[in-house]
Ligand binder design. Structure first.
Ligand SMILES: Nc1ncnc2c1ncn2[C@@H]1O[C@H](COP(=O)(O)OP(=O)(O)O)[C@@H](O)[C@H]1O
Ligand SMILES: [Mg+2]
Length: 212
């Protein structure tokens, strides 16, 4: 089973994944947890180019780097884990590419579709939890966690996070568009709710899908 988490930076993906992994472990379900970009030696190198570079990266270059990282992860780790019957939990997958590189950077969505199909070997998540939050709220959460003043170009932010408020507004709108077109796979959650309350909803959803 492939479970993915989506949402803009600061939405609470890592927080929820941690809770879900603990819940699965308490039921003796071994889960493989991975984050994008990264997850193999090569993909982690690509991650550092994408997130730590101080140089500009062109939108197409960025798309291909994310896709190269994804191709490594899918072939080296995700496909073998799924084939051996493991539950795989992903912190971001190709919906991030549609939202960030498509709606955020403005790359044609048809172009993205073919690159996504190639880089994922056409794997689709069984379920995708989307944590919805306004960028202002998400970013201010991140800033307060790091005790930083609210500044969208702060040097402590990674290269993607420095893309600015307007960029994040497009990305969020992108996620909402994707969900309105491809609703069945998604469970949309209000990221402003209490973390424990969101976790209970995730568990309830998984329980009811597993029974069904
Ligand atoms: N439901 C929530 N309510 C309030 N704060 C939260 C909630 N979920 C996460 N946070 C806090 O928001 C910040 C970002 O959460 P995180 O899980 O790292 O988000 P993401 O992985 O999506 O970037 C962290 O400081 C985290 O403790
Ligand atoms: Mg995170």
């Amino acid at each position: 089973m492939l479970i993915t988490f989506e949402g803009i930076d600061g939405a609470g993906k890592s927080t929820q994944i941690k809770k879900l992994v603990a819940w699965l472990a308490s039921r003796d379900v071994e889960a493989v947890t991975l984050r994008e970009p990264g997850g193999t030696a090569v993909a982690e190198k690509i991650r550092s180019i994408l997130l730590e570079s101080r140089e500009d990266i062109s939108p197409i270059g960025e798309l291909l780097l994310f896709s190269a990282s994804r191709a490594e992860l899918v072939q080296e780790v995700i496909m073998p884990a799924l084939s051996s019957g493991k539950t795989v939990i992903l912190d971001r997958f190709y919906d991030s590419t549609s939202a960030y590189q498509g709606y955020g950077r403005g790359i044609d969505l048809e172009v993205l579709r073919s690159i996504i199909a190639i880089s994922t070997c056409a794997i689709t998540p069984d379920i995708t939890f989307y944590l919805d939050i306004k960028p202002e709220e998400a970013l201010s959460r991140k800033f307060s966690a790091k005790s930083l003043p609210l500044a969208f170009d702060h040097e402590e932010l990674d290269r993607m996070e420095r893309s600015g408020l307007e960029f994040y507004r497009h990305v969020r709108q992108g996620y909402l568009d994707i969900i309105s077109r491809e609703g069945d796979r998604f469970v949309s959650l209000d990221a402003l709710e209490d973390a424990e309350c969101i976790h209970r909803k995730i568990v309830e959803t998984l329980n009811s899908r597993i029974q069904a």
